[in-house]
Design a protein around this ligand. Sequence first.
Ligand SMILES: Cc1ncc(COP(=O)(O)O)c(C=O)c1O
Ligand SMILES: N[C@@H](CCOP(=O)(O)O)C(=O)O
Length: 549
Amino acid sequence: MSNGVAANGFPAKTHTASQRYLSTRGDDSGLSFEEVVLKGLASDGGLYIPEHVPSAPQWESWKDLSFVDLAFNVLSLYISPSEIPDEDLKDIIRRSYSTFRAEDVTPLIHLQDNIHLLELFHGPTFAFKDVALQFLGNLFEYFLVRRNEGKTGRDRYHLTVVGATSGDTGSAAIYGLRGKQDVSVFMLHPKGRVSPIQELQMTTVLDANVHNLAVTGNFDNCQDIVKALFADPDINSTHKLGAVNSINWARILAQTVYYFHSYFSLARQQPDSFKIGDKVRFAVPSGNFGDILAGYFAHRMGLPVDKFVIATNENDILDRFWKTGRYEKNPTFGSAAEGGVESDGVKAHEDGVKETLSPAMDILVSSNFERLLWFLAYQFASSAGMDDEWNKKQASQEVSSWLSDLKTKGGFGPVYKDVLETARRTFESERVSDQETLDTIRSLYKDVNYVLDPHTAVGVEAARRSAARPGGADVPIISLSTAHPAKFAGAVTLALQDEEGFEFDAKVLPAEFVGLDKKEKRMRDVENDWKVVRELVKEEVEEELKGLR
Ligand SMILES: Cc1ncc(COP(=O)(O)O)c(C=O)c1O
Ligand SMILES: N[C@@H](CCOP(=O)(O)O)C(=O)O
C-alpha cells in the first residue's frame, strides 16, 4: 500500500478509528455503526455502506484462527472499540456461534473434482441466515441494554423489527430475537409460497414478541411493504423500526467472515496444491444478492478471488443484467392465463415471479444489488480524476437515477459499457432451471452420496459450468451451501424418490424437525397493503407493551 490508496483501489484505511457510513443515495452520511444497525434503511431509501472499505492488514496470518477469533479480527475492522469494547464484541461473537452444531461453525468439504462445498446450515434454523442473524440478534440486545440502562416504561427504546422473508430470513430472525427484551419482530412472508417446514419453523414460535404475517402476494410485495414502512414518517415517529433483512449492514458484515474462513479451510485441507495468496472462485446461489455481496466486501478487503459466480434460478434478473447490462423486472414475462403460464413445468404468476423448486430465491428485485451498483458507479466516476467527495456524490446520483427508473419504468439500462465491464471482471452469472436443479441433486447423490438442497444445487450447477470454461478447472471453486436439504422436502424427494435405498426420513430429516407439524402455530393473514400492515403493527406492539408494562 502506498500514497494513501489500498491495493483494492479504495482509499486506504487499515484501522477503523471510527468507521462512518453513508447512504447509497447520498442524502444520509456520517453515521456510526450503531446508528446504521438500529436504523437498517437510510431515510432517503438507500442502503448503508461504509465510507471506506478497510484493507485487512496481514490477513494471511489469520490462517489458523478459529471461526470466532477470525470473526473478531474481521469485524474489528469495521467496529471500533469506542463503539463496542473488544471484550464485549468478543462476547457477542462467542455467544452467537455457540448455538451452531458444527465445531468450526461453517465447515468446508470436498464435493467433486475442483468443487468444494461450504456448509452454512449448521445454525439453529438450518440455513445460512443464522450466521448473520444470531449475531444481529445479540447486537440489537447489546445496544438496547446500553440505551435503556436506568430507563423504565415508555422511556425505554423499543425496537420494532419489520422484515420480509421468502422463508429462511424469517425463521433465522425469529430464532435470533425470540424473547428478547425491548424488541418486537414482525415477519412478512408470501402466503403459501414458502416451504411447509419453513412456515412451521416460523409459526410455531409462540413468544409474545414474535408476529408472523402471511401476505397475499409474493416476496417482492413483502419487501416493498417493509420499505414503505421505513419510508413512512408516521410509524417512524411513533415506533423505532429496525431491519433484519440484508438491507441491514450488519447482515452483510457478518457474512464476510465465512469467505475468509473457507479460504483458510481450503489452504489447510489442500496444503500441496493451494497456497495462501492463490485465487479461488466462489459460486453463490443468489436472490437478494446479500450473500454474494458479502464475498465482494471480503475481496475488497484483500481476499484473493478470481471470480464470483452468481447462480440464479429462473427468476433471473441478475443473470440478465450480466448478459445485457439491463436490469429489468422481466419485461416480456407474464401471464397468459389466470394463475400464470407454465414454462418447463414452472408456474409463473401474473406478477412475473416464477414459482421454482428453490423458493427462497423467487425474487424479482435484488435489494443488495443497489450496494454493488454504488461501487460500480463510484469506480466509473473515479476515472474522471476528481476528488473523492465528487466521486461519491456522482455514484449516489447515478444510483438514485437507476433506482428511480426501476421504480417508475420497471427497469434501467443498459448501463455504461465501462460499468458493465467492471462488473464482469469480478462476477460471472449462470441461470439454472428447475430441471437442471433436479438433475444436479440426483447426480451428486449418485456420484458422491451427498444430498443437496435445491438452492445449493443451483450453486453447484453454476460452479460446474464455471469449471468447464477454459481455465476453470485450474482454480478451486467454493460453492456455498445455503440450506439444509430437509427444509425443502418436496424438491429433494422429487429428485431422489426413484433412487434405490433413498429414504427421506432416514437419510435427510434432522431430529429437530420431527413433530414440528404437531405444535401449536400462530400467524395472521394480511392483504398486500402497507397501510393495513402499518395499522396492524401498531396495534400488536401496543398490545404487547400493555402486557409488559
Ligand atoms: C436457502 C437460500 N439460498 C440462497 C438465498 C439467496 O441469498 P441472497 O438473498 O443473499 O442472495 C436465500 C435467500 O436469501 C436462501 O434462503
Ligand atoms: N431468501 C430470503 C429473502 C430475504 O432476503 P434477505 O437476505 O434480504 O433477508 C429469505 O429466505 O427470506
